[in-house]
Design a binder for this molecule. Structure first.
Ligand SMILES: *[C@@H]1O[C@H](CO)[C@@H](O)[C@H](O)[C@H]1NC(C)=O
Ligand SMILES: *[C@@H]1O[C@H](CO)[C@@H](O)[C@H](O)[C@H]1NC(C)=O
Ligand SMILES: *[C@@H]1O[C@H](CO)[C@@H](O)[C@H](O)[C@H]1NC(C)=O
Ligand SMILES: *[C@@H]1O[C@H](CO)[C@@H](O)[C@H](O)[C@H]1NC(C)=O
Length: 341
């Protein structure tokens, strides 16, 4: 009888050994994921926003932005292996591009809805309910928030020098002027009190990208008027056209509180601070005549600097930076509701 015992205990030992081994393997994998959060992530851009494409070959995120393990592609053939697929709304909404709904979608693949436009320009949304996992927009409550620009600590940018020889008071660049927009009403009223130099398609004085900043920087102020008043919508009209030109922006857009949270301290003049455009005009003329008061709007440059995002590739690479902190399980059942909220 005794001789039959060892063979009986052997499978038990073997099983417990194996399960211990498996358990440690499992633990290790968990630890691996926790300690190596930057495993490679592949991102597929389904179509280029506004049909302007850039090169994605090689390790772009590493080379251009020092973000490692992040690979971008615009090749539809990578659909079945991509971790994230990004769809820019404009082309989907007009039918220039469409979602690959007829193809298998890997269970772990996330679809991202991308738009840098305010709600009024995001049409035809209802058809996309229940399809996207993450949103990507300038909004601070988007899963992947990619503002047009942001304020960072650390000032005295050696590359910045404000031109101090200004030959005009205010300028404005506007291409798609529409009389019903809030900015049109403010402009029409403000120009009765002060001269405003208007450039852009609307005034038949188009400015090339290269000429924009040098032209704008000849004036003391710039009208950073958003075409649409929407939550968090502060576009390149502030970050680039005004701040990069070294001009004091007069802003029309979200609330003063929003600008205070996003822009550097004492860096802008908000239209809503004045009960009418006559008072705003008086204040601008006061600053023009009082250099010390005017230059206070540049003090932030000693303590803060701004960063602008213009290249779609940098925005895409940002997905990898945030990837491991993004909601694991999420579906936008009411995308339209979110966009308009
Ligand atoms: C690139 O990123 C690494 C890791 O985040 C960092 O240690 C290094 O200083 C960065 N290099 C540059 C040039 O920013
Ligand atoms: C909405 O979709 C329809 C049909 O796909 C299209 O004809 C129309 O142009 C779209 N509207 C906008 C504003 O994109
Ligand atoms: C300032 O601008 C005016 C007009 O554009 C020009 O005549 C003058 O030479 C400039 N002064 C300096 C110091 O650059
Ligand atoms: C992503 O969205 C799809 C479509 O609604 C859904 O089936 C899937 O479960 C979502 N994935 C995750 C990880 O939340």
């Amino acid at each position: 009888m005794k001789t039959s015992r060892p063979p009986a205990i052997l499978p038990v030992l073997l099983l417990s050994f194996l399960s211990t081994l498996l358990y440690y393997r499992f633990l290790n994998q968990r630890l691996y994921v926790q300690h190596h959060p930057h495993r490679n992530i592949s991102i597929l851009l389904w179509h280029w926003p506004f049909r302007h494409s850039y090169r994605l070959d090689g390790d772009r995120c590493q080379k251009m932005y020092n973000i490692s393990g992040c690979f971008l592609s615009d090749k539809a053939s990578t659909l079945s292996t991509a971790d994230v697929v990004v769809f820019h709304h404009q082309e989907l909404s007009t039918g220039l591009s469409s979602l690959p709904l007829h193809l298998d979608r890997p269970a772990s693949q996330r679809w991202v809805w991308l738009s840098m436009e305010p709600p009024v320009n995001n049409r035809n949304l209802t058809q996309f309910n229940g399809l996207f996992n993450w949103t990507m927009s300038y909004r601070r409550d988007a899963d992947i928030s990619i503002p047009y620009g942001k304020t960072l600590p650390g000032g005295d940018d050696p590359n910045f020098q404000a031109a101090l020889n200004r030959s005009c008071l205010v300028s404005w660049v506007v291409s798609r002027y529409q009389p019903h927009q809030a900015r049109a009403a403010v402009y029409q009223s403000l120009k009765k009190h002060i001269p405003i130099e208007v450039y852009g398609m609307w005034n038949k004085k188009p400015l090339s990208n290269r000429k924009l900043l040098p032209t704008v920087s000849k004036c003391l102020f710039y009208l950073s008027f958003e075409n649409s008043i929407a939550k968090d919508y502060i576009s390149e009209k502030l970050w680039r056209n005004a701040f990069q030109a070294g001009v004091v922006p007069v802003v029309l857009g979200p609330s003063r509180a929003t600008y205070e949270e996003m822009a550097p301290p004492h860096s802008f003049i908000h239209v809503s601070d004045f009960s009418n455009t006559a008072d705003l005009a008086v204040y601008l003329k006061h600053l023009a005549a009082n250099r010390q008061a005017y230059e206070k709007y540049f003090l932030w440059r000693h303590t803060h600097r701004i960063k602008t995002y213009t290249d779609w590739r940098e925005r895409l690479c940002q997905i990898c930076v945030r990837y491991h902190t993004l909601p694991a399980e999420k579906v936008y059942q009411d995308l339209e509701g979110w966009v308009n909220s």
